[in-house]
Ligand binder design. Structure first.
Ligand code: AMP
Length: 563
């Protein structure tokens, strides 16, 4: 049977592991290292370098080297090299393809399937982007699992009788705190909290800022415009930071920096106490999030059986001190924090490959998922920390008479105003039975699968008209096909005209002319299939419809049965 690998696709390093002889083991790369730097570089000759070779040339090739791409997963951004645009997924795929090749070389067989771990607070878009990166690398991603859950799995299956586990995962770029209950091989995530921009890179930045400011004061030389020098300073402070995890003071030096016509030395001394002071606020932020997760899980501090530390930055002594004080726990399980996530992913990969279920894992959604209703409010259908997989339904209705279509806007987040949450996508349910507003019954079905990916369906209870989708990226991300955009603009034009009619008496002449012009403009864009203009029209028409709804009393509103 082909083996399935477990991958920790980290911000800083990527680790790959596999089950061998009943134990999860890390697979070394072609250089014999257990960690592969998550760095991709485009050499001038056209070669793509990945891992150590990419990191080692970063100083001299900073503009063509991509690091920390994990922080950009799911975003509509690209790195342009020699006229080719690489999405964060495409860059990540180079890393995944490299660890796939290393695993194949180590195992002596082809590897086609993987379990990839992601931060618990990765959004729906970031999870889908990770699956896509795997696909581009030639891997079928059997499961996306949460990193802290993987860490607990690696810890828990060590045969210890642990009941309540708190995983504190502080990596290069992200932080997660997760509380789990383990009863033998049954793992249930009770709560998780996290921060997508908190980690070792932030500690490097505060230390680098300090070093650069002091250097500027002493030498009068400002390095901030020199990317090569800055890269060297960042590498230097990272080494210094790591040294401070085991020593009380450290010094760093960059000799012979060219400053105008002369050369100067950059030299810096820092004590652990000073460093602790620089990072204290950010560490405190992570500790407060951990306490919130513990409270969400309903654990009392005395009942925590193990605190599992994962991620390279959890080696910082200040982290241990502050966590122990805040949670009142003594035991800190520091099972090689760099490798524990990949080991857990390998355990899960192995369990998935077996016909009988070896491990029962229940994870949670880390954000509330819901829809926007008529007045811009956000209605949560699945509150955060709901266990997955899960499905729920809710009945909504129309907001204007004879409304034959509703647009359903799906979002994730915690804010009561829809605009303040992250948009996951929109879709249109057409063919609604014509009726008085408030009468049609539209059932929205929301489900989240075991990978934490959302699927949304809607149907008109009376006509049976139905739409089921895996939530697409927001239209502005070029996620919609031109046909989808055309259809939604056609429908929006109809709705605008209908609503303009029902609000006839309240629409003033200037607004009426604006609506007329917009509809004509949208029709011209439809006849030319001008996607860019159609996108603009869609937004404009939505705005007009909102305005008309306010004036006349269309969209989606909660339906109160029997009310
Ligand atoms: P990860 O994303 O888990 O690979 O964590 C990488 C981050 O951990 C980087 O920011 C490293 O600088 C940091 N790191 C690794 N080892 C240590 C250490 N001993 N002390 C402090 N930070 C570390």
């Amino acid at each position: 049977m082909a083996r399935i690998i477990g991958i920790d696709l980290g911000t800083t390093n990527t680790v790959v592991a596999v089950m061998e002889g009943g134990e999860a083991r890390v697979i070394p790369n072609d250089r014999g290292s257990r960690l592969t730097p998550s760095v991709v570089a485009f050499a001038p000759g056209g070669d793509v370098l990945v891992g150590e070779s990419a990191r080692n040339q970063a100083v001299v090739n900073a503009a063509r080297t991509v690091a920390h791409v994990k922080r950009k997963m799911g975003q509509p951004v690209a790195t342009e090299i020699d006229g080719t645009r690489y999405s964060p997924e495409a860059i990540s795929a180079f890393i995944l393809a490299k660890v796939k090749r290393d695993a194949e070389q180590y195992l002596g067989e082809e590897v086609r399937e993987a379990v990839i771990a992601v931060p618990a607070n990765f959004s729906d878009k970031q999870r889908k982007a990770t699956v896509e990166a795997g696909r581009l690398a030639g891997l079928t991603v059997l499961r996306i699992m949460n990193e802290p859950t993987a860490a607990a799995l690696a810890y828990g299956v060590r045969g210890e009788d642990v009941q309540r586990i708190v995983v504190y995962d502080l990596g290069g770029g992200t932080f997660d705190a997760t509380c789990l209950e383990a009863h033998g091989a049954n793992f249930t995530v009770k709560a998780s909290r996290g921060h997508s921009h908190l980690g070792g890179i932030d500690f490097d930045r505060v230390l680098a800022d300090r070093v650069l400011a002091e250097f500027r004061d002493q030498s009068g030389f400002d390095c901030s415009g020199d990317p090569v020098l800055l890269q060297q300073v960042y590498e230097l402070v990272e080494r210094t930071k790591i040294e401070l995890s085991t020593r009380n003071d450290a010094s760093c030096a960059l000799p012979f920096i060219a400053a105008g016509a002369q050369s100067v030395h950059l030299q810096f001394q820092v004590t652990r106490e000073e460093f602790d002071h620089l990072i204290e606020d950010r560490v405190q932020e992570s500790v407060a999030l951990t306490q919130s997760a513990v409270a969400d899980a309903g654990f009392d501090a005395a009942g925590i059986d193990a605190l599992v530390l994962s991620g390279g930055s959890s080696r910082i002594p200040l982290v241990h001190t502050m966590l122990r004080e805040a949670l009142g726990v003594n035991e800190v399980a520091l099972v090689n924090p760099d490798e524990i996530v990949a080991l857990g992913a390998a355990v899960q990969a192995h369990a998935l490959a077996q016909s009988e279920q070896l491990i029962h894992l229940r994870d949670v959604v880390s954000y509330s998922l819901g829809v926007e209703i008529d007045n811009g409010r956000f209605v949560s259908l699945l509150p955060k920390n709901t266990q997955i997989p899960v499905e729920t339904t809710r009945v909504f209705t129309t907001v204007s008479d004879n409304q034959d279509a509703v647009e359903i806007h799906v979002l994730q987040g915690e804010h009561p105003e829809a605009a303040r949450n992250e948009s996951l996508g929109r879709f249109l349910l057409t063919g609604i039975r014509e009726g008085v507003r408030g009468e049609p019954r539209i059932e929205v079905i929301f489900s989240v699968d075991a990978d934490g990916i959302a699927h949304v369906g809607a149907h008109d209870v009376d006509t049976g008209a139905r739409q089921t989708i895996t939530v697409h990226p927001v239209p502005d991300d070029d996620g919609d096909t031109s046909r989808q955009i055309q259809r939604s603009v056609e429908s929006l034009i109809d709705r605008t005209i209908n609503q303009r009619r029902s609000a006839a008496s309240t629409v003033d002449a200037a607004f009426a002319k604006e609506i007329e012009d917009l509809v004509a403009h949208a029709r011209r864009a439809l006849s030319r299939d001008d996607v860019k203009t159609l996108r603009e029209c869609r937004l404009a028409l939505e705005t007009v419809i909102d305005e008309l709804s306010i004036q006349a009393g269309g969209g989606l509103q909660e339906r109160y049965e029997g009310a």
